[in-house]
Ligand binder design. Structure first.
Ligand code: F6R
Length: 606
């Protein structure tokens, strides 16, 4: 949440900052701003709204002319989106951009007011800027060290001191920040896509490390000013990965990237058609021996966990508890050192997921993170990590990350089931082979594009929708419903089909479309009965089902028939039309698909 960037070099700083921010808008887009050294002073330009508003404003007012500066794109936490609350904050002497939350800002603000400071914004960030000013003694490093000893909470800070116009300073705790290393130019960024155009090389800043970044140098210190010599990381992402590549939206591009993402994720974890997590140092033996398995995540990642639960329980006969991280944290969970917690996160920075993982660590349980962003906090803090290789996911609505997360869940389920003696080696090989075929089948599912567009056209006037399914199809319908509501702004709920009669069916009218997912042969008859029940009450029904299911066309108003695949793996196929229906509904409603209102990609607040 919130994107931070910085630049020092020969290029036009304002241009680089705006370009870098455009790659981070997925982190927040309530407002944007930059600060650039111009003739020895700090010039700030900022305004409410999208980055494009800032660009327009600078086109009118004149953009700052300089080579060193910082920038920010905001997802509001303290104070509404407004020009005043936009970052950067500070005064003529110290100016900062911030991602995170300062928990003790009220006390600090009271103290600073008592010292004669006045505040213009409602943000927690302004307190940090003023505190830096208060402690400033001509030595930026000492000043920063003093301030971080006093502030509580999370922060990734880009800092400029007027007296040092050739450099920017950075420090982070619990919010990500990297320092990009170029030739005669260096960068700051919350995430790799911001800098990939300019350099692939970067340092990951660890907790409370302070970086001093000039055109020729990057120096990183601990709080006692001991220099730290860090390993340089190299991003293996394609430069085009952070671009739309001819697609109208990132979401559509990312839906199309799913076959490759799955292939790249599963191939290194399969040897001779058997799951193989040896490079992650995860053995079948240990997976078998955990007492209980917990899967904890948020949103879409939690829905991937639901699929994981069904397949692990079905194949391995091991009980799995799935929790929303925000609930797990506060329900005093019964977990101990013999248990395994699998946390799933695209960003690896989600605050609730991180905190839930910490609970498991505190009791000595083993933590296994399934994470997309390399070097993210969750990946670094977990005992073991399985990286998904989806590449950067820019669209706020997650698609390819979900797909690769479930592909990993399948492989883990096969491994645990085989280790547990619940499936034979032949069966395990068979399942794994089926999984290896999925990239091609997902490709086929993407061809349902036009049909999904047509279905979307029938949904755009609905005020509310219901998604129903049973078993794995229920897990899928949860994801379908979330996808639709977050980008189309149409209210929708997912419901276990068998539960409808216990209350929810009273909502059904001819104005409430129902999307039924029925891919599981053993449950299809039951779901068809539920479809008949809602249809009899006037609902327009869209059925997503397997190719081979024998049903009369009249059962539903529209039927989306999926390409054939092993039944257990059908969620990977059915997810595609669910994503496409949500996508086209949003497009047809004229919404900003990639940046839905009120949301941000990386939820680093609780
Ligand atoms: C929905 C979506 C969110 C995320 C959730 C967790 O499309 O993307 O629900 O899945 O915020 O984020 P990560 O996976 O980064 O922990």
């Amino acid at each position: 949440m919130c994107g931070v960037v910085g630049y020092v070099g020969d290029r036009d700083c304002a241009e680089v900052l705006v370009d870098a921010l455009s790659k981070l808008e997925y982190r927040g887009y309530d407002s944007a701003g930059i600060a650039v050294f111009e003739n020895g002073t700090i010039k700030v330009d900022k305004c409410k709204g999208r980055l494009s508003n800032l660009v327009e404003k600078m086109a009118q007012d004149g953009k700052p002319d300089g080579h060193c500066g910082i920038g920010h794109t905001r997802w509001a936490t303290h104070g509404e989106p407004s020009d005043i609350n936009s970052h950067p904050h500070g005064n003529k002497r110290v100016t900062i951009v911030h991602n995170g939350i300062i928990e003790n800002y009220k006390q600090l603000k009271d103290f600073l007011i008592s010292e004669g400071y006045s505040f213009v914004s409602e943000t927690d960030t302004e307190t940090v800027a003023k505190l830096l000013d208060y402690y400033y003694n001509g030595d930026p490093f000492e000043t920063i060290a003093k301030v971080i000893a006093e502030i509580k909470g999370s922060y990734a800070l880009g800092i400029m001191f007027r007296d040092f116009p050739d450099r920017i300073f950075a420090v982070r705790k619990d919010s990500p920040l990297i320092v990009g290393v170029g030739e005669h130019e260096n960068f700051l960024a919350s995430d790799v896509p911001a800098i990939i155009h300019y350099t692939r090389d970067f340092y990951l800043l660890e907790q409370n490390e302070i970086a001093i970044v000039t055109k020729e140098n990057v120096k990183i210190y601990d709080v006692h000013k001991n220099e730290i010599h860090k390993e340089l990381n190299t991003a293996d992402w394609d430069v085009d990965a952070a671009e739309k590549g001819g697609y109208e939206h990132f979401m559509l591009k990312e839906i199309h990237e799913q076959p490759t993402a799955v292939k790249t994720t599963i191939t290194p974890r399969i040897t001779n058609h058997m799951p193989d997590f040896s490079s992650e140092k995860i053995t079948a033996e240990e997976l078998k021996n955990y007492n209980n398995i917990f899967i904890v995540a948020c949103g879409t990642a939690m829905h991937a966990g639901m699929v994981g639960k069904y397949v692990i329980e079905k194949l391995a006969r091991k009980s799995v508890t799935v929790d929303m991280a925000s609930e797990f944290r506060y329900r005093n969970p019964i977990i101990n050192e013999n248990d395994l917690m699998i946390v799933i996160s695209q960003s690896g920075e989600t605050a609730d997921t991180k905190a839930a993982m910490q609970i498991a660590k505190n009791v000595g349980a083993t933590t296994l993170a399934v994470v997309n962003v390399k070097g993210s906090s969750i990946a670094r803090e977990a005992d073991k990590v399985i990286y998904t290789h989806a590449g950067p996911e820019i669209s706020v609505a997650s698609t390819k990350a979900y797909m690769v997360q479930i592909s990993v869940m399948y492989l883990l389920a096969f491994e645990i089931a085989y280790a547990n003696g619940k499936i034979t080696r032949e069966q395990c090989e068979e399942y794994t082979r089926n999984l290896e075929e999925m990239p091609d089948i997902i490709e086929e599912a993407i061809l349902l594009n036009e049909k999904c567009q047509f279905v979307a056209s029938k949904l755009i006037n609905a005020d509310s929708l219901l998604y129903i399914g049973r078993g794995l199809d229920y897990a899928l319908s949860m994801e379908g419903s979330l996808k639709l509501k977050e980008i189309s702004y149409i209210h929708s709920e997912s419901y276990a089909a068998g539960e409808l009669k216990h209350g929810t069916i009273s909502l059904i009218t001819d104005e409430m479309p129902v999307i039924a997912v029925a891919t599981q042969q053993d449950l299809v008859e039951k779901t068809i009965s539920n479809i008949k029940e809602v249809k009899a009450r006037g609902a327009m029904v869209i059925l997503i089902c397997a190719q081979e299911v024998e049903i009369e066309d009249s059962v539903a108003d529209e039927i989306i028939r999926l390409p054939q695949a092993e039944q257990l793996l059908m969620p990977m196929v059915a997810a595609v039309p669910l994503q496409l229906v949500a996508y086209y509904t949003s497009v047809l409603k004229g919404n900003d698909v990639d940046k839905p209102r009120n949301l941000a990609k990386s939820v680093t607040v609780e």
